[in-house]
Write a new protein. Structure first.
Length: 694
């Protein structure tokens, strides 16, 4: 049985004491050794200790559900993870870093995630076979469609090369030559490779195809200077960035050309991407959201496959030296400053295969530690150029993703915290006590909206609370209507900002209101939502999507704390369609400008409707995971609505559909290739809600 454990005697022998780092090393060596021995005894390990045999799947048979089945799936997942990270040695280093940063619990959480990822990869293989495979009839249709395009822009692909293994270099060039859209130019700059095969291969291909141009730099200047040398060769209307060991699917440039034609005013395009494992298997698709001004500060969602208007690249001065490793993140931020957010178009198709090899950040951020500092520098300078005072740092330990921390206003405006309640004094007391005990934001008042409480204990608590200068009780004896209760309190609020808060909320992070206010005071933002956690440390709210479930649903619902979610989206600040009113901050003037909450939506969807009205007015709604609170809503409560409540719920669904119609069908912050119903969110959709080349 594969059972890793820490041998205490070896730890003592290593240092005659429990030195933590050495114990980590011993534990991981034992874990890797046990895995090696287990697979070797079953003829599942290759003779090369840094590679796992491609025959492992044959050696690990399908078994019925049960403990044996789970073991087989776990071993397959571990084998796949080792393979994708370049072997046992590289995986050992990666695991060692996790344990040092997050402890053994962190490693255990990653192992659970690996098992889930393996299942997703198996789904993705099936998804590719059904919806993303190009056959001969499709090729013929694309060739015909190319001929009928009203405009056929020349697309220049910029590729810096350096010491590229011949196999990968050839595969990259061959993927370009295989494009069904013929109007392209391949611009390659070799950064003074010492390996003569690089120049030999480039000369060979340039002789075969006049669309391939290359230059060999006399001295190594790193990726930014090499990219500028390749950019100098570009003659096309648009430039696409391609790494020297990655590939494009054969329809990539056709789809790009179509989108350029469909969006004549756009200057920047980006697509979805996946990863290419050493055996050629496609894995780990990143089905991205539409353009997200807040998310681009936390991660470079634009890269792979990023396409830029050539004139725009020249306007901003191309790539900048000193940003190596994140030079494309710096580039897109400078382009946005010049062209504006409205100039960006998302292409919801996988048009880029990012190769997983040793030395690539597709494998691990530890491969290029300088990339993180370059990314911090790029985002910091971008904000500085915009006149925004903020600090930039890693979003959490061991990641290249970033957190932008905006400052609290020098003179913090008053926030009116509105808490509707009816009895439930135990929950209310817990909520209010946590506000007073933990909240570091200095300027707030509490408005408790008493919706006809009857219990003596509740009224006794109210009597005690009103002795506080910043607490008021508003009595409202009407039948429960969440929208009406918040509206009546908002009219009596003294603050310039409102915080709508459920009575079953408990503060976790003392700076929760500082964080939410730092976003709410920004002029472009509307509603701001927080990370709400169940007491069992799983996520209740991480932003709201429309077009899923009955009508709307929470992103990353039930995500375990410490898990970053789908490509980090569970752990990064981002723009979202809506946030829950269980904890929502908004300017009072905006609340009033859009008419407050719709009182016809007495219980459900009033927050979604409110956020949609803010978005229609031109404001961006924001979810921040860095404001954290507990939501003591029953995690096991199902859909056991009694008949009257079910009728009301159906009425509110129908009302939302009448008001918003098609706006509820598509969420710009959720990819049409991801499941919207019948399967977990952020898993491949069967079928997608978009055609293969649409």
């Amino acid at each position: 049985m594969f059972t890793p454990y820490i041998n205490r005697d070896r730890c003592i022998e290593a240092g005659k004491s429990w030195r933590f780092n050495r114990c980590i090393d011993v534990f991981l060596v034992e874990l890797m050794t046990k895995f090696d021995n287990f697979t070797s005894s079953s003829h599942r390990h290759s003779t090369n200790n840094d590679a796992v045999s491609h025959k492992a799947d044959e050696a690990l048979p399908d078994v019925p559900n049960g403990p044996a089945s789970r073991l087989v799936r776990t071993l397959r997942s571990i084998r796949s993870a080792i393979k994708s990270r370049g072997g046992i040695g590289a995986t050992f280093s990666y695991c060692r870093g996790i344990v040092r940063r997050e402890g053994l619990a962190g490693l255990h959480a990653r192992l659970l995630r690996v098992t889930a990822d393996q299942t997703l990869d198996e789904l993705y293989v099936e998804w590719i076979s059904r919806y993303d495979t190009v056959d001969d009839p499709a090729r013929d249709a694309i060739r015909k469609a190319v001929e009928e395009l009203p405009a056929k822009p020349l697309l220049s692909l910029v590729v810096p090369t350096y010491q590229t293994p011949e196999r990968y270099l050839r595969e990259m060039v061959d993927s370009v030559r295989a494009q069904l859209y013929p109007h392209w130019q391949l611009c390659i700059a070799d950064d003074a490779s010492s390996d003569p095969s690089v120049r030999r291969v480039l000369e060979e291909y340039a002789a075969l195809d006049s669309r391939i141009n290359f230059v060999v730099r006399s001295a190594n200047g790193h990726i930014s200077e090499a990219s500028n040398s390749a950019l100098a060769l570009a003659k096309g209307d648009f430039v696409g960035l391609l790494d020297h060991d990655d590939t494009l699917p054969e329809h990539a440039l056709y789809v790009v050309a179509r989108y350029i034609g469909k969006h004549p005013h756009a200057r920047l395009f980006y697509s979805d991407e996946d990863k290419l494992l050493p055996d050629g298997t496609r894995s780990t698709p990143y089905f991205k959201c539409d353009w997200n001004p807040e998310l681009i500060l936390g991660q470079n969602m634009f890269s792979h496959f990023g396409v830029y208007e050539t004139a725009l690249l020249h306007e901003v001065g191309g790539f900048r030296k000193g940003f190596e490793g994140s030079q494309d993140h710096d580039l897109i931020l400078r382009c946005i400053e010049r062209a504006g957010h409205e100039s960006v178009v998302h292409i919801p198709h996988v048009l880029y295969h990012w190769r997983v090899i040793a030395g690539s950040t597709a494998t691990s951020i530890d491969e290029k530690p300088y990339a993180l500092q370059a990314s911090i520098k790029a985002v910091s300078q971008h904000l500085h150029r915009l006149g925004i005072d903020a600090t930039v740092a890693p979003a959490f330990a061991g990641t290249h993703m970033l957190r932008v921390k905006y400052p609290r206003p020098t003179e913090p405006p008053l926030v009116s915290i509105i808490i509707p309640t009816r009895d439930g004094v135990k929950l209310l007391r817990q909520c209010v006590n946590s506000l007073f005990a933990k909240t570091t934001y200095p300027a707030f008042e509490i408005l408790i909206v008493d919706n006809d409480s009857v219990e003596p204990e509740t009224h006794a608590y109210f009597t005690k609370l009103v002795r506080c200068d910043n607490v008021r009780i508003i009595r409202d004896e009407r039948p429960f209507n969440f929208s009406a209760l918040n509206n009546v309190a908002a009219r009596q609020a003294r603050g310039n900002y409102l915080c709508l808060l459920n009575n079953d909320i408990e503060v976790i992070s003392p700076d929760w209101l500082d964080e939410m206010m730092s976003h709410a005071v920004r002029p472009e933002n509307g509603a701001v939502g927080a990370a709400l956690w169940y007491p069992d440390e799983t996520l209740q709210h991480g932003g709201v999507l429309v077009g899923v479930a009955d009508l709307a649903g929470h992103m990353h619902h039930r995500l375990w704390r410490g898990n970053a979610g789908y490509f980090g989206r569970g752990a990064l600040a981002q723009n979202v369609t809506a946030v829950t009113a269980a904890c929502l901050v908004v300017r009072k003037s905006l609340f009033e400008a859009v008419g407050g909450f719709n009182e016809e939506l007495a219980v459900a969807f009033n927050d979604v409707d409110f956020c949609l009205r803010l978005r229609r007015t031109g404001y961006r709604n924001v979810y921040t995971p860095f404001a954290q609170l507990y939501h003591h809503e029953s995690a096991t409560r199902g859909t056991d609505l009694h008949a009257e409540a079910r009728v009301r719920f159906e009425h509110e669904i129908n009302l939302m559909k009448r008001i918003w119609n098609d706006d509820l069908l598509v969420d710009p912050f959720y990819n049409p290739n991801l499941a919207s119903c019948d399967s977990p969110l952020f898993t491949p959709a069967f079928p997608p809600r978009i055609g293969q080349f649409d």
